[in-house]
Structures are given as structure tokens and as C-alpha cells.
Design a binder for this molecule. Sequence first.
Ligand code: ADP
Ligand code: ZN
Length: 729
Amino acid sequence: MNAAIADVLIPLALDTAYSYAVPAGLDLAEGDVVQIPLGPRETVGVVWGLRDGAAGSNLRKVTARIADEGMAPPLRRLVDWIARYTLAPKGSALAMALRLPEDGPRTETAKVGVRATGAAPSRITAARSKVVAVAADGAVRGKRALALESGVSAGVIDGLIDDGVLETVTLAPERVAEPPDPDHPHPPLSGPQRTAAEALIATLTAPPAGGGPAGEGGVTLLEGVTGSGKTEIYFEAVAEAVRRGVQSLVLMPEIALTAQFLDRFTARFGARPAAWHSGIGGRRRERIRAGVLAGEIPVVVGARSALFLPFRHLGLVVVDEEHEAAYKQDDGVCYHARDMAVVRGKLENAAVVLASATPSIETRVNAARGRYRRVVLPERFGGRRLPEIRAIDMRREAIPRGRYLSPTLTAAVAETNARGEQALLFLNRRGYAPLTLCRACGHRYQCPNCSTWLVEHRFRRALVCHHCGHAERRPDACAECGTVDSLTACGPGVERIAEEVAATFPDKRVIVLSSDFPGGAERLRAELQTVAEGGCDIVVGTQLVAKGHNFPLLTLVGVLDADIGLASGDPRAAERTFQLLQQVTGRAGRGEKPGRALVQTYQPEHPVIAALISGDAERFYEEETAAREVAGLPPFGRLAALIVSAAEREAAEAHGQALARVAEPPPGVMVLGPAEAPLALVRGRHRFRLLVKAEREIDIQSYLRDWIARGPKPRGNVRVAIDVDPQSF
Ligand code: ADP
Ligand code: ZN
């Protein structure tokens, strides 16, 4: 007998499924995608449960089943899991798995999208600055997708196209990819690589084609120094998964998902993988979803949202650069893609590989506790040496004001270029200068919506907020005292370093790589190609160049300001800085010739810098881990942040205090705050933070749930956002 009532989860910010009557003759199963009435309109939902019972006449009826294939149990469990873990409404978690095509219908022959040209708008409004902020990454997006993402009307986009700030681009439709060939000819692995690859293959749960025992899945940390050939190693596991007829998902931070990586995949497998990221348009997205669901696409290489693709038989999940903070983001649901990849792997009984040269402390601790296997490659591929790293003590260097390259680094760049080799100068700061101030009155240009300084961008001729995207023209006269030509740029950004490099090395070919530069992915691809082929002498770049890329002629890495990340009060700052500096210095000497790295610092004795120079990563990790354990910080304890925000400071603070009054933490739980959040004002909203620290054994989610339920309901424009496992604390 057919069930009478269907509990349907709707992809909106709702925590519970709604009940509908199942009309006679409609045979529904759990996971079915259905059309249902909701208020005055019809919408889409997924059958989360079915039950018998007197179908009360007051229940509205399911309209129809709308897809041949429902959502498989593991994906439904993932939605449940994420909602429970992050405390997001279940419907919001479902929305990530259902995400319908972002763009409307379009022609078969060509796809039209828009992207930023880099030109500054002639007139700036709140709506326009939102679009500029979203488009700043240079990605191509559908017009509607861009309007939706920016929260503006399509008219704003059209206005910006007319203004020359956005341009339309036509892309040829992507051809349907041929399947990757696991046995496509490729260079053989080295001995240690082979051993590592076999260790990964041994975990695959799908039985080998020729018979033999299957592995038991679980998580494996693949830890190898930069240049050890981790990619080639996990490619072997992917190849074996393809042979065994199961699907693989390779997750990468969006920024690392470059054409260069896809080319590498193509070289190994003789075909391009299905790529999934925010720049992929609606029709293509639908095709990939359908192919993954049908089991016809064996390998997806994707950004974090690829986690929610409806794989038919997922056998392997690889998380590359697993330590990347970019894996944790708020997409309506605030989740860490690496952690959710581990969950999905478990639910699908798939093997999971976490790859990194600098694993997160969480993952290392999991490996040390025996929860994850650990495969280590201490050496670079082909006997190449790791770069020699030296500190340049900036207290001893004579540098004129407004200049940032020390004489030592300048000489090293010149020597390197003289040998016909390339140098990379790294500064993890976009724009020209992080602060603009008036010499006459001391006025500093601050964002009107956020508690941050405006960053000067010379290419865009604007002062820009990196948090909300607010952009304004850099004025000729001080806005405060009216003095003309009194504004000074303070501190360096990559654009300023590029200017200094051009002045110091006028006959050298310099390329600047930063996410701000116009032209988007295609231009970036061309520039990376130029660097890889030796068509440039000096690269100046932000963290965009820190990872993933292979530049065979690059033998010198100069870090301009190693201290940038260390100043913040965030306990993760040391780990982050260490990882970033390891990654970027690891760009040197990946080709035939040995490399070196020079690190400009004012505190060479700082433990992070000292560990980097000595190459003693193990000791650094041990000390950091011990410090975390003593402080009861993750992964030794649990942490969550509640951010209370409102347009008025008082309202945010009052709600935070009201919550704190009813916190009633049980033994083992501590509630701190409310205190002003590290960024006290963002997009015009004042923010207060409550921190919850709990011992490991405590179910912090149930505590949070009870507490929030006890607390006052936020009124007016007050909002409470929950961040379980915040990345900065
Ligand atoms: P990692 O990701 O560990 O930093 P990569 O996978 O990028 O290292 O490999 C470093 C370099 O060595 C790349 O240029 C890669 O093409 C090369 N390489 C790695 N393994 C092999 C191999 N077995 N044969 C030939 N080249 C290899
Ligand atoms: Zn701002």
C-alpha cells in the first residue's frame, strides 16, 4: 500500500519538513524530488519521510514527482549531518545539494557571460559596489547569476556594462568530455611514489577488476613536501578507481582549480575532467549533474560545492591542499569542505585522501591518534632538493622610505636573472597600499560600512574595501581638510612592489599576478603559461601564486613581509603563516635547477620564521600542537562562535548580553563575551561575538541548540549567526 503522507523538505531556510498528502496513484519513495504547493505558489522539495496515517483533509497534496531519479540515501544523510553539525536549517543544507541552474534558458550554440574589465565605475552606488566586489575575482558569470550573487537587479548589471565596468563574453559550448583513460601513457612513478600510491589504492573499497580483496576505506593523510609529486600519486588512486568502475571526486580550493591543473589531469588521463566551480554556467552545470547522477562522469575535479553532487557510486574523494582555510566558508551554511568530505566519504563507504605539504593540526592529530592513516613523502621527486631558506633581517638593511626590497634581496634577484632564471616576489596583500592618509591633517580613509581601512588600487584608480567591496575614487584633495595633493600611500601592496621592481629592474620583464587583475581566468591562464615558459623574469604576486603552480625556471622566491600574518591575535596565525610561507618558498627549484628562498622579516627569531629557516616543520607542529592542547583549543576541545549583528551597535550588544544571561553553561562548557567581534563593523552591521569553549566529550551542538532555544528571539534587524569550529578565534 502506498504511504498516505509525505514529509517534504523544502530548500529554504526551514528546519523541518512539511507534511503533504500523497494523491492516490502517485507511488512515492524517500528521496523523490517533488513539486508541491507552498503558500500561493508551487515549489520543489525532496521527500524526506513517508508515513501512513489518516491523510487529514487539511493537508495539501503533492502535485507531482518531477525527476526520474531521487536523491540517494547517502546524500540525504549528508544533508542531515551538515544541518545537525552546523546548526543550519535543514532546508538550507538541502539547497546546496539541489542547487538548481543559476541562469535561465539560453541558446545551445553559445554561452554569454559577463566579467569585470578592471575599469572603475564612473558613478558608485551601494548596489554597484556590491557587484564590483563580487566581480572583482575576474570570473565569468551569467548576468542573472551575477545579479543574484550581488543581491541587485539585472538593471544594475546592464548599467555597469554600459559604463564599461563589466564586459560581455561569449564562450563556445564545452564539448562533452571523453572519459579519462586510466592507462593513458604517462611517466612512471618513482619508487617512493609507487609505494605511496599503492598505499592509497589499498584503501579503495571497490573490489579490483581482476578479483582480489577490496580495501576498507577510511581516511588517509598524504603528506609530502612541496614537489614530492603528490598529484601524480593520487592520480594513480583515481586511475585505479576508474578501472574499478567507481567515481572519484578531487576537491581543490577554488583558487587552485586552474587551467594548469586541468591540463595536468589531461596529460595523465588523455581527457579533461569534468570541472565544477563557480565560473561554470547553468547549462554546463546541469550537464555535469546529470552525468554524475547517471554514473557517466567518472571523475569530477571541483571546488567545495562539488561535495553535493549526486554521485551514483562514489569510490574516492581526494581533498588537495587539505589545510586551506578557503575550504571553510559560509554559503548560507557555514561548513568546512574538508570535514564534510570526510563525512561524505564515510556515508558512501568511499576512500578519502587528504593531501598537503603542510597539513592542518586537526588532521595531523587525527593521524597521530590512529584515526587516519598517514603516508609521508619526505623528499622531492627526482632527487630535487628543497630550497635553501634564509632570513633577511630587515633591522640591518638600509632601505629608503617607501621602498620595500632590501639590498640583499635586490642583489639576489639580479643574480638570478643574470643566470637566466626567474624570481618570484611574494607579498600577501592585494592593491597598491593598505592605508591612505592625509599628510596635512592625518585623516585616514576608512570604509563607511566596515571597521577597516580602504585599500588603494592604482589599476582601478580607486580606494576599495576588501570586506564589502565599497569603492570610491581616490580624491585629489583630502576629504577632511581639503588640502590638495596631500594624500600619501602607506605600506605596500603587490601593485606598489611591482612599481618598485619596474623602477629597479627597468629592462626586466615583470608580471604581476593578483586576483584583482582584469581578464579573469583566461588572462590568468595566459600569464601563468608565460611564466612557465620563461617569458618573464620577475613575478610579483599574492597568494594566488603561492600554491599549485609549477614554474620550472623559478629558482628564487623572495618573501617581502613574512611578518604580516603574525601580528594578529588569532591563535591560528602561527599555523597559517607557517603553511603559507612553506607553500610559497616551495615554489623555488621545482625544475632542474636548485632553488632558494629569502624571507624579509623584522623578527627572525620568531618561532614560525625560525622553523621555516631550519626546515624543522616537525618541531614547529609539535610545539603548536602542545600549545593548543594546553589551551584546550581544537582539536583538543570544541569551539563555536555566535556572531550577533545589527545595524545599531546597541541592539547587537544588548542581544548578545541577553543571550549571555541565559547561557547556563554546564560543567565543561565556557561562554565568553559578548565582546566586539574582531571585525566590529562589516557592511554597515555592528558585530558582537560570544565564544563557546567546550571539552571534547561535550556535544556542543545540543548545548548550542538548547541555549538558542532558551534565548530571546532576535528582533528587528538583529541577526545571530552560528559558526561551529570557527577558523579564526
Ligand atoms: P606536489 O604537489 O607534491 O608539490 P607535484 O605533484 O606538483 O608535487 O610534482 C612536482 C613536479 O614533479 C611536477 O612538475 C611533476 O610534474 C613532477 N613529477 C612528479 N612525479 C613525477 C613522475 N613520476 N615523473 C615525472 N615527473 C614527475
Ligand atoms: Zn567595507
